[in-house]
Design a protein around this ligand. Structure first.
Ligand code: ATP
Ligand code: MG
Length: 668
């Protein structure tokens, strides 16, 4: 093994070698994107084992996604298989915090809790609903999602229900319900889980129980610490207080801990994660080995220069940590900036460019389209499908598989199935019709989940409008048929296709060619990062958006294309501005735009009917309060013509729910 471990230092620069060969004990690698942090962790593991410092079974490596953990295991297996590392290195446990905790808990449970069995709670909504109901909080699906997310945030931040109100008051946090009501929901939720014969543990509980088992039970702690002796954490900038607590419990008073991270890639603050443990590492461990890496091995100097410019403009809490990257690769093409009239043109152009890249020899699996929110993926899925380019969607299901889209399509189909659609009823209004009860309100709702859902529905609405514009006979039925054909013709995801991913899901990964798409104000930075919602004037939300942009830019090895569209719909009004992160980067000659397409302007429904208006308002109130299942109106005997005649012209929300007619409502 002694000769073998020399090979392990091949392909490492002097600083990386220092990190790989540092003696066991606290080690921190603080370095920018693409500098080889993940490579260094992997090699360090292999080196420690191959040189006999530790056995493979004593090592626990933690990363943040299953995919990253899998990749680390693969790299270790490759190092052993090729004889570079000791054969046992391939057996090292590389897991997420959750997977590692779950495994430990299985083992320790009888010693810690006793005979009561536990079960992983994978569907928490019924319990959140019950908890919310008991606390008289809202129980509509969007509220439930936001309550569930807030419970997750509280647990990851180590905030107990009793302390919640005080803490959020102090930090000025936006809460999904009044703090005392939320605290009651949270408390109920925890009680309902343990009140069963089987203890139900959610994902956060796996970590909480693991930490508690080690903290409160000396024999458990002793056994565990005898077994595991060497800990390594990748992407340490996004560790939550709860994950840190688990890590501390694993370590006890030992300090054999390697962490690597980049404060400038902190992008999960909304889950409670914080780079402070990374930035304070040398204070926590005064004798830690500190290593900085500045050479960027991933990207061409052109991409690196852009990345430096992006992060160079950062301000705020983490900005003191700016690290200038130095590109190591040969020159490549200049990053391209492309502006379009509308999203469809943007997507088509990207598909076109991807086709050209693939023809020129770039493999599809080495290409990614990255965007800020999952709702953006639809237009790219479509463009790639049309161009016959295989793709996979990461970190989320494909657009047409999303719950709200499945519901919306069912609702639209029910509406479209009516054959007596009048000629003057425009598809646009019908769609708004049908989609309003599902959450397509005029303006974006508060709450992250509600907003994502709303974005998806808006994307569907805009797609329906575009299809209507293309249809020779634009009835709702025809448009719905077309939507269904699209949903069904979507290719199944393929492993080696082009990757579609949100920026959050792209962390740690790299591709030869990266398209950063939809770079407009309100999308990146996302609209809810712009307002001063907590009244503290904090710039942190927008700085997190900038870091997200930085993460995106630094995923590209060679080709980087940044694009945006000035309107959402084909032929729509230009209402969008390029992202504030992009404009300072623009070279003089922004590539010209594509020609505009004509769009059919929907005719207005005609005026009428105070009575109907009141009914609709009533109905809307009711749905938003009570119906936890998708609800929509179907057309019964009232024809759409009648609706069109009655609907007050001025009220956009009203025409969003046609079919109410003689007030025969049906719910699904
Ligand atoms: P991120 O911050 O995005 O997670 P990272 O710092 O973890 O990036 P790696 O993914 O480890 O970076 O490395 C980036 C790329 O550079 C990888 O393709 C890796 O194989 C390569 N690389 C790392 N170090 C070297 C080196 N010394 N020589 C050549 N290539 C290297
Ligand atoms: Mg990495």
């Amino acid at each position: 093994t002694l000769t073998a471990h020399q090979d392990l230092l091949d392909g490492l620069d002097p600083e990386q070698r220092i990190a790989v060969t540092a003696p066991r004990g606290p080690l921190c690698v603080l370095a920018g994107a693409g500098t080889g942090k993940t490579r260094t962790v992997t090699r360090r593991i292999a080196h420690l084992i191959s040189s006999g410092h530790v056995s493979a079974g004593q090592v626990l490596a933690v990363t943040f996604t299953n995919r990253a953990a899998g990749e680390m295991r693969t790299r270790l297996r490759e190092l052993s298989a090729s004889g570079v590392a000791d054969p046992s290195a391939g057996l090292v446990q590389a897991r997420t915090f959750h997977a590692a905790s779950m495994r430990q808990l299985r083992y320790f449970w009888p010693n810690v809790v006793g005979d009561t069995p536990w079960k992983l709670l994978d569907r928490k909504f019924p319990i959140v609903r019950q908890a919310a109901h008991q606390a008289r909080a809202a129980t509509d699906p969007d509220s439930l999602r936001d309550l569930a997310a807030e419970i997750e945030w509280s647990k990851a931040s180590l905030i107990a229900a009793d302390d919640y109100a005080a803490v959020v008051g102090e930090i000025g946090r936006d809460t999904p319900a009044p703090p005392d009501i939320f605290a009651a929901v949270y408390r109920n939720y925890e009680q309902i889980k343990v009140a069963e014969n089987t203890m139900l543990l959610d994902f956060d509980d796996l970590l909480i129980f693991t930490a508690a088992a080690l903290e409160d039970n000396d024999s458990v702690a002793e056994e565990f610490r005898d077994r595991y002796r060497c800990f390594l954490v990748d992407e340490y900038q996004d560790v939550t207080p709860l994950q840190q607590r688990v890590l501390d419990a694993w370590l006890g008073d030992r300090d054999d801990l390697t962490v690597v991270g980049d404060a400038n890639q902190t992008i999960y603050s909304f889950t409670g994660a914080s780079p402070k443990n990374l930035l304070n590492f040398s204070r926590t461990y005064p004798d830690a080995t500190m290593v900085r890496l500045v050479r960027d091995y991933r990207s061409t100097p052109q991409v690196v220069a852009l990345a430096n410019e992006v992060i160079g403009a950062a301000t705020g809490r983490i900005a003191g940590m700016k690290l200038e990257l130095i590109g190591q690769r040969p020159d490549g093409p200049e990053p391209e900036f492309v502006e379009f009239d509308d999203e469809q043109a943007e997507a088509k152009s990207i598909a076109h460019r991807i086709t050209a890249l693939i023809r020129s020899g770039v493999s599809a699996s080495e290409i990614a389209i990255l965007f800020r929110i999952n709702a953006q993926s639809e237009v790219y899925e479509q463009a790639l499908s049309e161009a016959g380019i295989p793709f996979q969607v990461r970190g989320g299901e494909g657009f047409f598989r999303r719950t709200e889209i499945v519901q919306a399509l069912a609702a639209l189909r029910a509406a479209g199935d009516r054959d007596d659609l009048p000629a003057d009823a425009t598809v646009d209004r019908l769609v708004k019709a049908v989609l309003a009860p599902l959450g397509l309100t005029q303006t974006a709702p508060a709450g992250q989940q509600a907003r994502e859902r709303w974005e998806s529905l808006r994307a569907l609405e805009s797609l329906a409008n575009d299809l209507a514009a293309l249809e020779p006979e634009p009835t709702l039925a025809n448009v719905v048929r077309e939507l269904h054909t699209r949903a069904q013709s979507r290719q199944p995801p393929v492993m080696d296709g082009v990757t579609l991913a949100s920026l959050h899901a792209a962390k740690g990964l790299e591709w030869d060619a990266v398209f950063l798409a939809g770079l407009t104000e309100g999308t990146l930075p996302i609209s809810h990062s712009l307002g001063d919602r907590d009244g503290t004037g904090s710039i942190e939300p927008i700085e997190e958006e900038r870091r997200l942009f930085y993460v995106g830019v630094t995923r590209a090895r060679e080709y980087l294309t940044l694009s945006w569209a000035l309107s959402r719909n084909a032929g729509g009004r230009k209402t969008r501005k390029p992202s504030r992160f992009v404009t300072p980067l623009l070279p003089q000659n922004t590539t010209a735009t594509t020609p505009r397409k004509k769009k059919r302007i929907p005719a207005n429904l005609t005026a009428g009917g105070q009575e109907l208006f009141d009914k609709l308002k009533e109905w809307r109130l009711e749905t938003s309060r009570e119906l936890a299942v998708p609800a929509f109106v179907v057309f019964t005997d009232a024809t759409l013509t009648a609706i069109a005649a009655k609907a007050p012209k001025t009220d956009a929300e009203l025409v969003a729910v046609p079919g109410i007619g003689a007030a025969k409502l049906e719910r699904f």
